[in-house]
Ligand binder design. Structure first.
Ligand code: NAD
Length: 476
């Protein structure tokens, strides 16, 4: 529960923004131009369902148009409101700038609980919402490109893309009007997992830096680190799965909407996910301890805490009891401005949302480029790359024959080296590069300036500087 005296989500984002701009020397007025949300459209529309007309409320907020199109997810939740959508749109502006995705920030939301409606009903609701947004160019390949967020996924994006195409039958770039689509409807390999994959790459980069680990009082590698994840949805599931399967991390806690599971030996992420899919929650899962007081598990001992569900879950009410030395904000806004202050004073290192969950928008950017270029990544170069590798392998085989036991090719080398990069490999490479480069830009400011003591302020400084440069170039 959010602490009573705390600011709203949007005020929280503004407070963090203000902390950063106080350290900058922006020309008069530019600070406010960057901070304010340009426009928020509210729509109320009716859909005839189950024998009566149901009215739904939706939003699309455009925070900054210093670059177009603007970009940001569409969220389905009963908690959606204007304040939240505007906060999330602002975060999108800073996120895109930080990871150099050439977009302004936007966000959308629909007040609906997807669990209340069946597939056919949800499709009708989604298509109607898409229609309302598209007719005002709030869905458009060159102006506003949504993506999945909480409560939405590939299926909703496919409906939106199809709705836009029906309204714009001659637009050759229609598919680029939304990202996060299924592969067979203009999507890109690796998009579903992208945000969780980005969290993994961010942690890998953090663990490569001795100085940064030391700031959190951590040592060694990710292998064996105890991780607690809140929210086993798209982002939390993929992050937990990759960290446990590929980096040896131990998932000791999983917090869901109906309580939490914990086990010092580590939880089987796929088994928990399968249980949630079947039973609707974690309750009753065998091989782990369950508590109905899910949020209390945020306060358990662990090395890394990954909030990947909702905003404001770490607030003035529990911040002083959080024991994790490292928090990576996979969700947007999980730590309130007040809690951020408490945790900073305690020495907790926070890898901020605008960086930590930027994997989604990064791969969305690749998908948008793919849609506009009308060709799959890797299609032109893959076989040519394989042919060149083949030349080297043939020479190595000659050497192998010639040297006998003195030298021999490692097992699997040939098949691994021969394989040219397909779309998935290229997407992962582009995402890894993006996460590493953006992390370096933040840590340079974090360690390079005496007046910057945390990664969040560093992230804001890097991104605001980029947005400011764009505005200057626009000649406002
Ligand atoms: P999702 O709907 O797939 O998953 C959310 C999960 O959180 C669900 O499993 C849900 O049951 C769980 N949950 C709900 N209430 C909870 C509670 N009170 N306690 C614990 N768990 C609870 O959503 P998602 O796409 O994974 O998004 C999660 C967060 O990540 C959001 O803040 C979103 O804005 C952010 N994000 C998502 C993406 C993306 O690509 N999907 C990209 C960037 C940021």
């Amino acid at each position: 529960m959010k602490h009573l005296q705390e600011p709203t989500f949007r005020e929280s984002v503004d407070l963090m923004f203000n902390r950063a701009v106080a350290l900058m020397d922006l020309e008069p007025g530019l600070e406010e131009k960057i901070r304010v949300c340009n426009a928020t459209y509210t729509v109320r529309f009716g859909v005839r369902l189950r024998g009566k007309i149901h009215t739904f409320v939706g939003y699309r907020s455009v925070h900054s148009e210093h670059m177009e199109p603007v970009k940001g997810g569409i969220r389905y939740s009963l908690a959606v409101n204007q304040d939240e959508v505007e906060a999330l749109a602002a975060l999108m502006t800073y996120k895109c700038a930080l990871v150099e995705a050439p977009f302004g920030g936007s966000k959308g939301g629909l007040c609906v609980d997807p669990r209340d409606w069946d597939d056919v009903e949800l499709e009708r609701i989604t298509r109607r919402f898409a229609y309302e947004l598209a007719k005002r160019d709030l869905i458009h390949p060159s102006q506003n490109v949504p993506a999945p967020d909480m409560g939405t996924g590939e299926r909703e994006m496919a409906w939106i893309a199809d709705q836009y195409r029906r309204m714009n039958t001659t637009d050759i770039n229609a598919r680029a009007c939304v990202t996060g689509k299924p592969l067979n409807a203009g999507g890109i390999a690796g998009r579903v997992e992208a945000t969780g994959r980005g969290v993994q790459y961010a942690l890998r980069e953090f663990f490569r830096q001795e100085e940064d680990k030391a700031a959190a009082g951590l040592t060694g590698k990710l292998d064996g680190k105890r991780v607690i994840v809140q929210g086993l949805g798209n982002v939390g599931y993929h992050a937990a799965k990759f960290l446990s399967e590929e980096d040896g991390a131990r998932i000791t806690g999983i917090i869901e909407h109906d309580g939490a599971l914990y086990s010092d030996d580590g939880l089987d992420v796929d088994a928990v996910r399968a249980w949630i899919m079947k039973h609707g929650g974690v309750t009753g899962f065998p091989d782990a301890t369950h508590t109905a007081e899910g949020a209390a598990v945020l306060e358990h001992e662990c090395d890394i805490l990954i909030p990947a569900a909702l905003e404001a879950v770490i607030n003035m009410g529990n911040a002083d009891r959080i024991k994790a030395p490292l928090i990576i904000e996979a969700a947007n806004g999980p730590v309130t401005a007040g809690a951020d202050e408490v945790l900073r004073k305690k020495g907790t290192v926070i890898i901020p949302d605008m960086y930590a969950n930027a994997g989604g928008v990064t791969v969305s950017y690749f998908e948008w480029v793919k849609n506009l270029s009308h060709i799959r990544f890797g299609r032109m170069g893959r076989r040519q790359e394989e042919a060149r590798h083949e030349l080297i392998v043939r020479e190595l085989e000659k050497l192998d024959d010639h040297l006998g036991d003195a030298w021999t090719m490692s097992p699997n080398f040939k098949e691994q080296y021969l394989r040219g990069a397909g779309e998935l490999e290229l997407v992962r490479s582009g995402l890894d590069d993006t996460m590493r480069t953006a992390y370096q830009s933040m840590r340079e400011v974090w360690h390079g300036r005496d007046d910057v003591t945390d990664l969040r302020t560093a992230a804001y400084l890097v991104s605001i500087d980029k947005v400011a440069s764009s505005y200057r170039a626009l000649g406002l």
